[in-house]
Design a protein around this ligand. Structure first.
Ligand code: FES
Length: 207
């Protein structure tokens, strides 16, 4: 393990998070393919949820890439591209500390499915509902601001993206979060969905 305090960069050659790192590092770089790397990524994410976890491949490997993202890597890149990619991603990360990018699914997996396609309920942001509306993937808080009903249990228009609260009938536009009808007084929080290389990702930032 190497700790560079000047850049707050931690390089790992261990299979467990380290006891001798006192403060949350800004970045942990894990060599993918080294023994125990999956456990290391998960352990680091669990111990330092606000740290950027970077997985580095020596050669491009799509399966290891996907496994690394599933395990919690916020950035996966090759060793050769690391020095070029990391500064830009760090700068973006610094603008939204605590944010994270979560891989949702391959777009091919939801082809032909419209409406609710996923629900996340263990994120620090609170529950999130992901909808496929027309050709868009959108994500909103899955709690009605009126009395906390689960909006993903309500009906959604697959063309207009309007969801109706199953409890008292408030209506919201899932593409903008706008409240269209009460009794709810507030709109919904929305979360950016990013489509890259046929994969859908959710950007979760602290409130
Ligand atoms: S809980 Fe949704 S309208 Fe009341």
């Amino acid at each position: 393990m190497v700790v560079e305090t000047g850049t707050d960069l931690v390089l790992s050659d261990s299979s467990t998070p380290w006891d001798d790192v006192d403060e949350d590092p800004a970045v942990v770089v894990v060599g993918l393919g080294t023994p125990g790397w999956l456990d290391l990524v998960r352990g680091c994410k669990s111990r330092w949820p606000l740290t950027m976890i970077v997985g580095v491949l020596t050669v491009p490997d799509p399966q290891a890439w996907a496994d690394a993202e599933d395990a919690g890597c916020d950035l996966v890149t090759t060793r050769g591209a690391l020095r070029k990619v990391l500064p830009a991603r760090l700068a973006a990360w610094a603008k939204s500390p605590g944010g994270k990018k979560l891989r949702l699914f391959a777009m091919a997996d939801i082809a032909g499915r419209l409406g609710l396609v996923m629900r996340l309920d263990e994120e620090a942001t609170g529950p999130v509902a992901v909808y496929h509306i027309g050709s868009d993937v959108v994500a909103v808080q899955d709690l009605c601001p009126h009395a906390g009903a689960m909006l993903s249990n309500g009906e959604v228009g697959v063309d207009d993206g309007v969801v109706t609260c199953p409890e008292h009938g408030s209506r919201f536009d899932t593409r903008t979060g706008e409240r269209l009808r009460g009794p709810a007084d507030l709109g919904l929080r929305t979360f950016p969905v990013i489509i890259e290389d046929g994969q859908a990702y959710l950007r979760l930032d602290p409130a």
